[in-house]
Design a protein around this ligand. Structure first.
Ligand code: FAD
Length: 406
């Protein structure tokens, strides 16, 4: 059978892939997206940062999103060990322009983005999994994929964008998937009805609770449902009894965090508890000849600071710009994507350094104590996803104080 052909082939239709495809298709680029699943499909990563707002504006989606999801104006950071807590509002950030984000059930949100990509003219094929990447003279030139009915298809492209999330097709194929030292944890998560939440403008805050086994998230959605999860150190996970149901172990885990125990006291669990392990990894290369990675497919350190969707959606906007430039120049080699890779590496490192220092308590002590105003502003800026591009002074200082590699 004749191979399908396109200029840009995006693998994966999550936020990274859908936004990259939407922005390129909007500009008249011939884009095809292959998505393994059929949308809508469940996904974790339900708390956006304001970095997404500007990109949603660019896609004309802000009103659709704003009417559909709970507004999030900030983050409540609490420590179960000391009982201390602080609220960080996005408008405390150094660039308070986009001081708004949303809490999004991902099945619905991802479907919205993928439909947007289609409406801009991207060819979207759901139920089609990329299995291998084809290379011509060392440059990516397409993929072999398999449809749900078992049929194999070949798609040829000038550029392959790997947006396959944690599946990370290219990093896996290249043997370039390396654990991030000190960040090995396992997540437990479920959706609940009637979890206690703040009132007024703070209703949509993301609640982050630091506790002895790791940290807990509480993400309220519009209505009565919330997503609650715990990211646990693996030595705590090993304390699970052989016959202990995950649900029982989850209850036992959150019971060790006073804030979470209280918030969940009158709640009902709506879904089974899911476990997600092996989340943290990094690749030595995000781009190569004829290929780039976007979102989790380029590496993932830790979900603590909403880094995932910030890097996926904010990164997709930068990826689309880099791809447009490369197509205009007719140079799809790694050289064309070097700036994009540097920007994403620096943004990821900023998140990683911040997460490490929160775990090590050096930063949480500062933030939960009296705290200098400059520290609050810098932390609010990281939470707001102001992580891309040349470093303003606050970012350079933060990076030096809380390095990613230690
Ligand atoms: C426990 C946990 C909690 C998190 N919480 C948050 C949070 O609150 N806020 C936040 O910002 N981030 C959070 N994240 C991170 C967030 O989930 C991801 O960073 C985000 O989904 C990345 O988007 P993506 O588009 O890169 O990948 P994904 O959203 O995973 O999308 C990848 C898509 O590729 C498809 N795919 C995979 N393999 C193939 C293939 N071979 N061929 C075709 N398609 C394929 C998949 O079906 C999927 O639809 C969390 C992550 C975890 C693990």
């Amino acid at each position: 059978m004749e191979p399908m052909r396109c200029d840009v082939l995006v693998l994966g239709g999550g936020p990274a892939g859908a936004v990259t495809a939407a922005l390129l298709a909007r500009d008249g680029v011939d884009v095809t997206v292959l998505e393994r699943a059929r949308f809508p499909r469940f996904h974790l990563g339900e708390s956006l940062s304001p970095a997404a707002a500007g990109v949603l504006d660019e896609l004309g989606l802000r009103d659709a999103v704003d009417g559909r999801y709970l507004r999030k104006h900030g983050v409540a950071l609490r420590c179960a060990r000391t009982g201390r807590q602080q609220r960080f509002r996005y408008d405390e950030a150094y660039e308070p322009g986009a001081a708004l984000a949303w809490q999004v059930p991902r099945a619905d949100f991802d479907d919205l983005l993928l439909r947007a990509a289609r409406s801009f003219g991207a060819e979207v094929v759901e139920g089609c999994a990329a299995e291998d990447v084809l290379f011509d003279d060392g440059a990516a030139a397409g993929v072999i994929a398999r449809r749900e009915d078992g049929r194999q298809v070949t798609v040829r492209a000038r550029l392959v964008v790997d947006a396959t999330g944690q599946h990370a097709l290219l990093a896996g194929r290249r043997g370039d998937r390396h654990p991030v030292d000190g960040m090995e944890r396992t997540a437990l998560s479920a959706h609940f009805r009637n979890v206690a939440r703040a009132g007024g403008e703070a209703e949509g805050d993301l609640e982050l609770i630091l506790f002895p086994h790791g940290w807990i998230w509480n993400i309220p959605f519009l209505g009565e449902v919330s997503s609650v999860g715990a990211l646990c150190a693996n030595n705590w996970m090993r304390s699970r009894q052989p016959a202990e149901a995950l649900e029982t172990f989850f209850d036992r885990t959150v019971d060790d965090a006073s804030f979470a125990r209280d918030a969940l006291a009158s709640s009902t669990r709506l879904t089974p508890v899911l476990a997600h392990a092996g989340l943290s990894w990094r690749a030595n290369r995000r781009v190569g000849d004829g290929w780039i990675t976007v979102g989790d497919a380029g590496g993932f350190a830790d979900p603590l600071l909403c880094a995932g969707t910030t890097l996926a959606i904010g990164g997709a906007a930068r990826a689309a710009a880099a791809v447009r430039g490369a197509l205009d120049r007719g140079d799809l080699s790694a050289r064309s994507f070097a700036d994009y890779a540097r920007t994403l590496d620096a943004a990821s490192d900023l998140f990683l350094g911040t997460a490490r220092s929160l775990y090590a308590e050096e930063l949480s002590e500062v933030l939960l104590g009296a705290g200098a105003r400059a520290d609050r502003r810098a932390f609010a800026s990281v939470l707001a996803g102001d992580v891309f591009g040349d470093d303003p002074p606050w970012r350079a200082a933060w990076r030096e104080r809380f390095p990613a590699d230690r």
